[in-house]
Ligand binder design. Structure first.
Ligand code: SF4
Length: 317
């Protein structure tokens, strides 16, 4: 930040990034889509943390939310369906200096990408994973997704989805080496921002389940939650996500929850009488795979060749 220094000279940073520094192409989501709120929150965090755009990488799979990299002025990779996480892990393995963010949807992550989801969680690489959950495949025009509510009519199940929905938070809390699981809603920008910020500062995979409005195909799914804050349960704790006064005033239904308590986190994730938001679980001591993939980075070609030659010499006859 700008300021006067002790010797009364003006302290001007060499580069200062504004919100516009992170503006990519014009976002082409439908009017009122919750994805806009998440984009704003990420750009604000990038500005507040003064992340150089060339040190930021946004990875995605396929779906409405997966258009995210196009709208950020940063490195990005709009990948294949369900493949956002392996692309992100690969990038982080070779470029540990990048801040990696992943934009994936309920179809992209929880269906075709579910195998990658499990293993990326286990690898626990240092990145933020945003699961945009609008309860439907929006890009392909209202097909049932793994999180579609049972009985909700879609184009693939016009008489209503048959199966009970998958709960992404509860699923995460059963994965091995899980280290950070939170939930927020796109319609509360303060809570959304604070939650993504906490995930960003967590070393390891910061997984954030974002309930995301889709006014085009699932306008009714979150409407009751959005208009009646008493249906939301705000998890609070000194080691949780700092909520701020405005959030505390909005969500009067609150519960103290220690995010180191995995069993309590699972019980909260299972609740269906209310929507718990905040930090379910954090384990700062979980193994971070970056510690292994980063080994050898920076080794010169000469050193690599000499090690390889020495190794091959062992088999000389
Ligand atoms: Fe957003 Fe739904 Fe439109 Fe997709 S279809 S851009 S999720 S409002």
């Amino acid at each position: 930040m700008f300021g006067l220094t002790n010797d009364w000279s003006l302290d001007v940073p060499e580069r200062y990034f504004t919100l516009e520094s992170y503006d990519g192409g014009v976002a082409r989501w439908c009017p009122g889509c919750g994805d806009f709120a998440v984009l704003s929150a990420v750009q604000r965090i990038a500005r507040d943390e003064q992340i150089p755009p060339e040190k930021l990488a946004v990875m995605s799979g396929i779906g409405c939310s997966s258009r995210f990299p196009h709208y950020m002025h940063a490195y990005g990779f709009h990948g294949l369906h369900g493949r956002a996480l392996p692309v992100a892990c690969g990038a982080k393995a070779r470029r540990p200096d990048l801040d990696v963010w992943v934009a994936t949807g309920d179809g992209d992550c929880c269906s075709i990408g579910a195998g990658h989801w499990l293993h990326a969680t286990r690898y626990n690489m240092d990145m933020v994973v945003m699961l945009f959950d609008n309860s439907v495949y929006g890009l392909t025009k209202k097909q049932t997704s793994p999180t579609t509510p049972q009985g909700f009519a879609t184009n693939t199940h016009p008489r209503g989805a048959w199966l009970p929905p998958l709960n992404p938070v509860r699923t995460m809390l059963g994965f091995p080496n899980v280290s950070f699981v939170a939930r927020t809603v796109d319609w509360n920008p303060l809570h959304l921002h604070q939650t993504l910020l906490a995930a960003y500062h967590h070393r390891g995979m910061g997984f954030v389940h974002v309930l995301q409005r889709c006014p085009t195909y699932t306008p009714e799914v979150f409407e009751e939650l959005r208009t009646n804050p008493d249906l939301t349960l705000l998890m609070t704790h000194e080691t949780g996500i700092p909520a701020g006064d405005a959030v505390l005033r909005t969500y009067r239904n609150q519960a103290e929850h220690d995010p180191s308590d995995l069993e309590a986190a699972r019980a909260l994730a299972d609740r269906n009488d209310c929507l718990p938001i905040g930090l379910f679980y954090r384990d700062a001591n979980a193994v971070v795979y970056d510690d292994y993939t980063n080994e050898g980075i920076g080794t010169s070609d000469e050193t690599k060749l000499s090690v390889l030659a020495a190794e091959l010499d062992r088999f000389a006859i």
